[in-house]
Design a protein around this ligand. Structure first.
Ligand SMILES: Cc1ncc(C[n+]2csc(CCOP(=O)(O)OP(=O)(O)O)c2C)c(N)n1
Ligand SMILES: [Mg+2]
Length: 379
């Protein structure tokens, strides 16, 4: 069977027409964007550049054989993590799948702890025992980093349920891929969060592919998109052009307000694209999509370039400043590589630690099922 999938390309072309100037500013006047300070706008730009430079450095190290395991790159999708996280408040939580580097840096995790984790070092955010797919920072309300496709979707419902149960005004964003939407557990989650009015936002990061299978070949969907499946559960939904940070923020913010004010869930489908293969092991990714398709996204829909263009138009950025931000991020990533290389591996006696909370903390077991959360949340 040919691995060429012309229908994929057609689909992607359909949703990926080159942007016009009016597209760039279509959501600039949304209250959440109008109220942005210059500093906040530049922070979003810097955060996206940092994610990209971090991953480019990680890729180099991987190719030099410095790390093992999986490495799923987020390059091309940066505005989704940065845009969605940038509208969240102090009681909001996030959880995602294995393509998690972007979300981790967006919530403020450091490059050092993230790079060291890739190297399997004890200074990593999961003490070197999680690797690329299992970044965690509970104190930043980031709950991982999950390898089972859609496995995070009931957990996301649980995070939001806890907020409601405790009477806290907040929400949880649960990210999932386009390949995860056909998993039964996602549908069970949708049913419950609607039935019980749970303030969760499911963000489908539709990058067009589930490993080597295009989205059009794997999922039935109506004209309105994958997110329209939410209507079966009486849940509001929207679609988002993921290359435009203004649009990501505007539509996420609407969903956050719905969660805060009505304790209702939302499904958002964010159209995006990954430039690299599914993981670094996917060396054949140019056999299930064309070079032209990849180039089309890089040239016309790159989230960093689009935001750069917007900020230059608005007078907040110029070529020199872009260079400066770029170089600083590159230097930060280089230092993180050095930190990771110089860090120790976990001692063998730590192998079984951090697997079960009740094993590490004997005597704390109760039937309430809340131990882990109770001593980590500030409320
Ligand atoms: C339950 C389960 N089935 C299969 C796999 C193997 N697998 C890992 S990633 C993946 C593709 C998921 O694609 P998508 O949800 O679109 O996320 P993306 O990789 O594009 O971010 C599959 C099938 C898995 N990890 N878990
Ligand atoms: Mg996908």
């Amino acid at each position: 069977m040919s691995t060429e999938t012309p229908e994929t390309h057609e689909f992607n072309k359909g949703r990926s027409r080159a942007l016009e100037k009016s597209d760039l500013f279509a959501h600039a006047e949304d209250p959440v964007n109008k109220g942005m300070t210059v500093q906040e706008k530049l922070k979003c730009f810097t955060d996206m550049v940092r994610i990209r430079k971090f991953e480019q450095a990680a890729l180099q190290s991987y190719q030099k054989g410095k790390m093992g395991g999986f490495l799923h790159l987020y390059i091309g999708q940066e505005a989704t993590a940065v845009g969605t996280v940038s509208v969240l408040g102090e009681n909001d939580h996030i959880i995602t799948a294995y393509r998690d580097h972007g979300h981790a840096l967006a919530v403020g995790m450091g490059m050092n702890e993230c790079m060291a984790e890739l190297y399997g070092k004890f200074t990593g955010c999961s003490k070197g025992k999680g690797g690329s797919m299992h970044y965690f920072a509970p104190e930043k309300r980031f709950w991982g980093g999950h390898g089972i496709v859609a496995g995070q979707t009931p957990l996301g419902a649980g995070l939001a349920y806890a907020l409601k149960y405790k009477g806290i005004k907040g929400c949880a964003i649960c990210y999932l891929g386009d390949g995860a939407i056909n998993q039964g557990v996602f549908h069970e989650s949708l049913n419950l969060v609607s039935l019980w009015d749970i303030p969760v936002i499911y963000v489908i990061e539709n990058n067009g592919y589930s490993m080597g299978t295009s989205q059009v070949r794997s999922s039935a969907f109506p004209e309105e998109g994958l997110a329209a499946r939410a209507t079966s559960y009486n849940i509001d939904f929207d679609t988002v052009h993921g290359e435009n940070l203004y649009e990501v923020r505007a539509k996420t913010s609407k969903a956050v307000q719905r969660a805060y004010e009505q304790s209702r869930p939302t499904v958002l489908e964010i159209f995006t694209y990954r430039y690299y293969g599914h993981s670094i092991a996917d060396a054949n990714h140019q056999r299930y999509r064309t070079k032209e398709e990849i180039r089309h996204y890089q040239e016309n829909k790159d989230p960093i370039n689009v935001w750069e263009q917007i900020l230059i138009e608005e007078g907040h950025l110029n070529v020199d400043k872009v260079k400066e931000i770029d170089q600083a991020a590159k230097a930060e990533a280089k230092e993180a590589v050095q930190f990771a290389e110089e860090s120790p591996f976990p001692p063998p006696q730590q192998l079984l630690a951090d697997v079960y909370h009740s094993v590490d903390n004997p005597g704390t077991h109760t039937n309430e099922g809340e131990i882990f959360f109770n001593d980590r949340l500030p409320y």
